[in-house]
Every structure is written in C-alpha cells, then in structure tokens.
Design a protein around this ligand. Structure first.
Ligand SMILES: CC(C)(COP(=O)(O)OP(=O)(O)OC[C@H]1O[C@@H](n2cnc3c(N)ncnc32)[C@H](O)[C@@H]1OP(=O)(O)O)[C@@H](O)C(=O)NCCC(=O)NCCS
Length: 253
C-alpha cells in the first residue's frame, strides 16, 4: 500500500480548515436516508468519492443515499442552484458543474449508473436525467453553451438557449454521446456512441445515432444486465428472443 505524502496530508488538512472557516452563504447539503432528511451545513467529504464545492450562494444539494461515487466532483458556482441525486446512483469520475448564473438545476433520478467520466454542465439552465438510466464512458450533457454567439450586423443573439435538457426514464447513453442545450429524449431511448443530440425527440423505444442524431431503429428496448448477451446463440447471430414477461416489464417502464 502506498501512503499519501506528507505534502498531500498537509494540503488535505488545510482544505478541511478552509471549509470549516468559510462563510456558509446559505449553501446546504440535504442527506436523505431511509426517508429521513438531515440538513448539513458542513459537508466536507461526507460521501466518500464525491467532492462537493459550492462557491455561490443559496445553493441546495439533495443526496438520497445510498450513492456510490468514485473520484467524482460536484461544483456549484451559481446562485440559487438546486442539485438532486437519487438513491442507488453510481458515479465514476463524474464532473457535475454549475458554471454560474441563477436558478440552475440538475436532477438525477434513482438508480442512474454513470460508468466513467460523465460531464454535466448547466448555467441559467436545467438538466434532468430520469430513473434507471445507464450512461457509458465520456458522455457529455451540456445544458448551456456557456458563451454567446451574435449576428455581426444586428447584434442579435444567435445561440438562443431554451434552458432545458432532458433524458427520460430507462435511457442508455452509449460512450461519447453528447446532448446539447435543446436536447430532449423520451423514455426508453438508446443514444448510440458518438451521437450528437441537438433537438427534441418524442417517440419512445428508439435508437438515435449520428451527428446530428436521427432515429435509426424503432420498437427496441435494452437491459443493463448482459448475462444472456454472452450466450453462444447470441454470438452466432441467431439470438433467441427475450422471455415475453421480461420484455413486457421493460417496455411498460
Ligand atoms: C446504439 C447501438 C447499441 C446500436 O446497435 P445496433 O442495434 O446493432 O445498431 P446497428 O449496427 O444495426 O445500426 C443501425 C443503423 O444505425 C447506424 N448506427 C448505429 N450506431 C451508430 C452510431 N453510433 N453512429 C452513427 N450511426 C450508427 C448504423 O450504421 C446502421 O445504419 P444503416 O441501417 O444505414 O446501415 C450501437 O451502435 C452502439 O452505439 N454501441 C456502443 C455501445 C456502448 O457504448 N457501450 C458501452 C458500454 S455501456
């Protein structure tokens, strides 16, 4: 086992002291465990693997335990920001950032599994991820452009912001998918790897792919468990259909 260096330990102690001395500015973290809420005004390292930093004012973070996090960050620079992470979440190397602005919000539903390096950015905007979603590596959800674009002649703003990005329940975002500020995907949608979703989609049970993303398959659903995926008949290209009962429970999600 490698011991942390003296310098690292010193830095951790200093950070801890800084957190304790810093004026609170109305920022709170609410922990919800077994239906009971507990408001914490000092939250330094309360959840192992999720570092929370709030430099704005009147921000609220609501964490429904248990949450499993590894080297993840929640950074709130804005004012009156609200962030909710539902129970059963798995966050690995996730970066959840409110870049600034007022009344931004991020709501992550229950049992959302983000496997590696999810980035969510909001500013004066909101992002909602439904329940039971699976997010593969390097997915980016950007509910803001962060910088304005103008028409040179009129000075009018060109990148109008709708302020909302939404992912429905039971969606699978494959690796490196990007959802931009106006994106909205309905329940039970699969977004293919490297897809760039820039607008609203309304049909459920589809695969979206490409840049800009379009519907490439309809009437599909998916499952996080991959036990049967390795069976020989699946590898040989003659997959046996899933049991109807199992399928019905997925589709009726
Ligand atoms: C979304 C996905 C699962 C769909 O797989 P599939 O159902 O076998 O899709 P197909 O290969 O039959 O593709 C259907 C069509 O969509 C296109 N397509 C599929 N994925 C695409 C993508 N990521 N980008 C662009 N086009 C894509 C195919 O070219 C094909 O087009 P065609 O009908 O004109 O030939 C798969 O493409 C994918 O992205 N896999 C990555 C999974 C991943 O990230 N796993 C990480 C672990 S969580």
């Amino acid at each position: 086992m490698r011991w942390p260096s003296l310098k690292r330990c010193g830095l951790r102690v200093l950070e801890r002291i800084r957190q304790l001395l810093r004026p609170n500015r109305g920022n709170v973290v609410i922990f919800v465990k077994n239906g009971k809420e507990r408001v914490a005004r000092r939250w330094f390292n309360r959840i192992h693997g999720l570092k929370i930093s709030m430099t704005g004012q009147n921000c609220t973070v609501r964490l429904e335990l248990p949450i499993d996090a590894v080297a993840s960050k929640l950074v709130l620079h804005g004012w009156n920001t609200f962030v909710k992470i539902g129970s059963g979440a798995l966050l690995k190397h996730a970066n959840i950032v409110c870049e600034g602005g007022n009344r931004s919000s991020i709501a992550i539903g229950r049992n959302v599994h983000a496997y590696y390096a999810l980035t969510i950015t909001v500013a004066n905007s909101s992002c909602r991820i439904g329940n039971n979603c699976m997010i593969a590596s390097n997915v980016i959800l950007r509910a803001t452009d962060c910088h304005p674009v103008f028409y040179r002649k009129t000075g009018a703003i060109a990148n109008f912001q709708k302020r909302h990005l939404e992912v429905g329940d039971h969606c699978w975002l494959c690796s490196c998918a990007i959802l931009t500020k106006n994106a909205k995907i309905p329940n039970d949608t699969i977004v293919g790897s490297m897809a760039v979703v820039t607008r609203e989609f309304s049909e459920e049970h589809t695969i979206l792919a490409g840049n800009p993303a379009t519907v490439v398959k309809t009437g599909v659903t998916w499952e996080e468990s991959n036990d049967y995926f390795w069976r020989p008949e699946w590898v040989d290209g003659k997959p046996s259909p899933l049991p109807q009962k199992k399928l019905a429970s997925k589709v009726g999600n």
